[in-house]
Design a protein around this ligand. Sequence first.
Ligand SMILES: Nc1ncnc2c1ncn2[C@@H]1O[C@H](COP(=O)(O)OP(=O)(O)O)[C@@H](O)[C@H]1O
Ligand SMILES: [Mg+2]
Length: 1277
Amino acid sequence: MLITFILVILGLFSSTMRELTRQVGHDGPKWIVLDGDIDPMWIESLNTVMDDNKVLTLASNERISLSSSMRLLFEISHLRAATPATVSRAGILYVNPQDLGWSSSVHTLMQGHTLTHTYDCPLSQCILALRYVTSWIDTRQAQSERANLTILFDKYVPYCLEQVRCNLKTITPIPENSMVQTLCSLLDCLLTEDNTPPDSPRELYEIYFVFACVWAFGGALFQDHLIDYRAEFSRWWSKEMRAVKFPSQGTVFDYFIDSDTKKFSPWIERTPRFELEPDVPLQTVLVHSAETICLTYFIDLLLQRGKPVMLVGNAGVGKTILVSDKVAKLKEDYMVAKVPFNYYTTSAMLQRVLEKPLEKKAGRNYAPPGTKKLIYFIDDLNMPEVDVYGTVQPHTLIRQHLDYNHWYDRQRLVLKEIHNCQYITCMNPTAGSFSVNPRLQRHFSVFAVHFPSAEALATIFTSILSAHFLQGGFSYGVSRSVGTLIQAAICLHQKISQNFLPTAIRFHYIFNLRDLSNIFQGILFALPDCVRYPIDLVHLWLHESSRVYSDKLMEEKDVELFNKILLDTGKRYFEGIDESIFIHQPLVYCHFAHGVGEPRYHQASDWEKLQKTLTDALEHYNELHAVMNLVLFEEAMQHVCRISRILEAPHGNALLVGVGGSGKQSLCRLAAFLSTLEVFQITLRKGYGIHDLRSDIAALYIKVGVKNIGTVFLHTDAQIPDERFLVLINDMLASGDIPDLFSEEEVDMIVTSIRMELRGLGLIDNRDNCWAFFIERIRRQLKVVLCFSPVGFTLRTRARKFPALVNCTAIDWFHSWPQLALQSVSTTFIEKIPDLEPDVRASISEFISYAHTSVNEVSVKYQQNEKHFNYTTPKSFLEFMKLYGNLLGTKRRELTQKMERLENGLQKLQTTASQVEDLKAKLAVQEVELWQRNTDTEALISKIGQQTDKLNQERAVADAEEQRVGTIQAEVTTQQQQSEEDLAKAEPALQAANAALNTLNRLNLTELKTFPNPPAIVTNVSAAVMVLLAPHGKLPKDRSWKAAKVVMSKVDDFLQALVNFDKEHIPESTVRCVRDEYLSDPEFNPEFVRLKSSAAAGLCAWVLNIIRFHEVHPIHTNTQCCIHPTHTNTQCCIHPTHTNTQCCIHSTHTNTQCCIHPTHTNTQCCIHSTHTNTQCSCLFPPQVFCEVEVKKLCLSQANADLAEAADKLEAIRKKLAELDCSLDTLTAAFEKATSEKLRCQDEVNHTNKTIELANRLVKGLEPGTMSRRRLCVETFC
Ligand SMILES: Nc1ncnc2c1ncn2[C@@H]1O[C@H](COP(=O)(O)OP(=O)(O)O)[C@@H](O)[C@H]1O
Ligand SMILES: [Mg+2]
């Protein structure tokens, strides 16, 4: 059991293992052959299968055991990526092709097939190849043929192999067996019944064998302008292999076998006549030359036999166009699927593309519809990414297909047998991964495609140009100069490609057939009225050459070198032509030289006219679109013309390379506007991905392809967030056909909408034609313009990954703006700035451009010295100018503000100057006022001081008085109390006396009086009464009854005298007399007396009580004041301050007046007439007598004094209050005055300060300063 697959996906491997374990009834070994590169990532998972465990554990935990009959066999070409774990688990058998040896192998293989015995398993590809030869010989029917072939193989092949191995080099590494295989394939094709009928002579076989051998071993040999291995091979062949003779002319590769004559004829004989179809872009025109015919011949041959073919050659040598032309001309029973490869092509994508045209047939068989054969045309085979383990996935898939004719269904993991498919591939050995895996490579018959020889080129372009001139009706002179022109063009091309070699930095210095085509395409633009004379043609050629070569050059010095080469070449080929033509400027041809409305490719006569046209166009553009402020200096105009030329060319796509802000996009927009093309740009937004781009492009395709609206697809490098965007752009540029851009329904829709147009043109309206028509229209109408920056490695990397970026576009390299251009831009800018003096404008713009250029120069030095780049872009130049404009504006504003401030200041100063004088006057007034107020306040203060003093004194007096009054009051109160007490004590006696008096009346007194001899007691009583009634204490001497009767004679008077008796002032002698003489008598008792006479009893009671009343009064010593016990006799009894000589009662009393009574003389006691001056006015020691009345008097006197003192105090208080009031008024006045003063002071201070400030200002007003400031303002202005 043998299961073979290459693309091991673990899912596939496990399902295969599972299937094998289930298979029973098969005892023999079951082989799982893993034919492909080892990928350590997945092979690690096989470790457990390959060691003693023999178990495959899956992620789902499923375990599949490797049964004893199952084997794993890895067929690999190298162990570079294998890990020790893998290597140690597998037995390794190395098969060295060299060891096998060519001839011995053939013999071995032919004799016994021992290898199968030896190894019991399929062997390496090498052995298989050798086996293939044997089997191939075996396939030949005729026995004689087989014998002849065996001899021929032995005769030629070993030598050829050795020669190729040792002395020659192929364009790409080709395994030896592959060459042998190619030989077999070619023989297969050549040894037909027609060419070699059965039993043909060996010589005939040998001719074909030699022819096949030459191409099998020499067809892929390398050739460039230094070494030509083909020529070497040819020489070697002619020298060594003499059996079959080639014509001596040229090389062995120049001839084919004429099937009729069986002789060698030159290929050139087979070239068909060329007919130029008008309006067909030159890029799609193939003009056959010997080389192309030869290649087409072999492609034809091999295709018929279904053999894979590979064309290998540098970029732009015509591989794609050749194959495209070939496949386009294939008969109906062929289908072609074009599969352009790019860096991001994966095996899954490839499989999808490969499967698309296939149909399911019976079982697991797939094939193209019907009996058709399918050709996969894989362009740029070596472009896809090489993964980390050195595998190119799409290649592996193709190899699987070529090796086993099958691949697996990726979903269902079942085999799909693919039939009736074959490959034609092209690749550039200097691009992508350079070479392909030898195990894939060996399947192909390889043919090197070289840059056409000078003759071939001459043939191609003479055919084209002559046809054009002939059809266009150009003058004879012009048509005649075609030959020279083409020679010059070829020579120039050769010189250019020799002088400008590609390097890492100048990666795009690749000059090939595309460039030559572009030159002639440019020439084809011109109509007879533009090229009237040969000289016009030369001029046009100079222009086109400059556009194609010079516009690509990235440095000024390269451009200079180019100009020199161009001049030299021109002079060499166009002798006799006026030399001025080579330096004539402007060397510009454009489609709007005669105005925008007249699209004719013509020379622009002068810059001014061109500028006018472009300025008008720009204005027009600005009216319709967002405004672009472009300065159309010479270089800018040139770029517009260049871009316009590219856009006008069929299949014209542009790659504009320049640093940011060099005007790529804007100029492109203007150029597009000139060519009435719309501009489409994607709008990047967050999350914009490849799918969005795809749908944007799809919409654009429908707009352009179906609606036929010419559009420019403008794309900048800022719009490439994902490098895979370039896959689509690369396809757009390379073929216009983007795989999977539209769904089947969309394609149907497009086809339906195109169909009518095709019918209208009389073309067959099948689906393929419609699609081709659609794509062709896209290529013509959709112009891709890429605006990239040369900074860094990005562009280089992109160009390597996506060759169409450089190969399928016309490059316009934007150089740094020359100083003149910068100046013209800066002048335009400066002109827009208002208020600049005309004489400085020029110098400013010159300086701006000078600064930029000098920074550029320094940056170059910096780069040379420091290896760092400093990019000064036109954008930075524009920013620089913008900054200047902004700065100027800001500074101007600042200055104006300052000026205004200064002006204001000056004005203020002047106003202040005038105000200062006023202020000074005001201050003087204020100062006077202040002084006045100060004086007033001080006067007021002193007045208030005095007043306060006085007040204080008064207050002290009042206080003292108050105190005194208080004391008097206290005394009076005490005295009053005492008096009252005394009075209270005396009162009963008095009352008793009064009561006694009341008992007396006229009657009883009269009765008494009538007593003739009254008892003694009665006489005593009357005597006592007489004593008492005696005036002034003069004791009556006659106290007899008789005397008594006299006294009582007038009863009423007597009674009245008794009633009015001055009981308070009874003289002490009287009292003593009464007491001693009468009262001592025990009979002197009213009760006793009553017995005698009631009136006498009444009188007795009266006397008794009067004396008792008298006695009740306290006993005053004479040392004491009668009023106050503490008074000394030297003191006034009433007032302490009174002197003896003063009245004791009232200060106003004079000495001579009695203090008590007005009648008292000063010699009398103020209280008692008996008192001497020197005695107390009240008492005589040790006399004690009761003086209630005096006391009362004293009390009333004291009360009067108190009242008087109180009055006095009141008066004082009143005065004090008045004083207080006036003091308050004064204080208020003082406060007011003080505040007034303060206010005045403040005012003065304020004015002083103002004056000080003003003075400072005034200082500035000195004439010098003022004039200086004025000058300042004027300078600013
Ligand atoms: N035999 C030829 N006749 C006319 N033009 C050719 C011929 N060979 C190449 N060219 C020009 O060269 C260009 C590049 O050819 P192409 O096949 O794309 O190159 P590549 O080898 O890179 O695939 C073509 O577009 C065509 O203009
Ligand atoms: Mg190509």
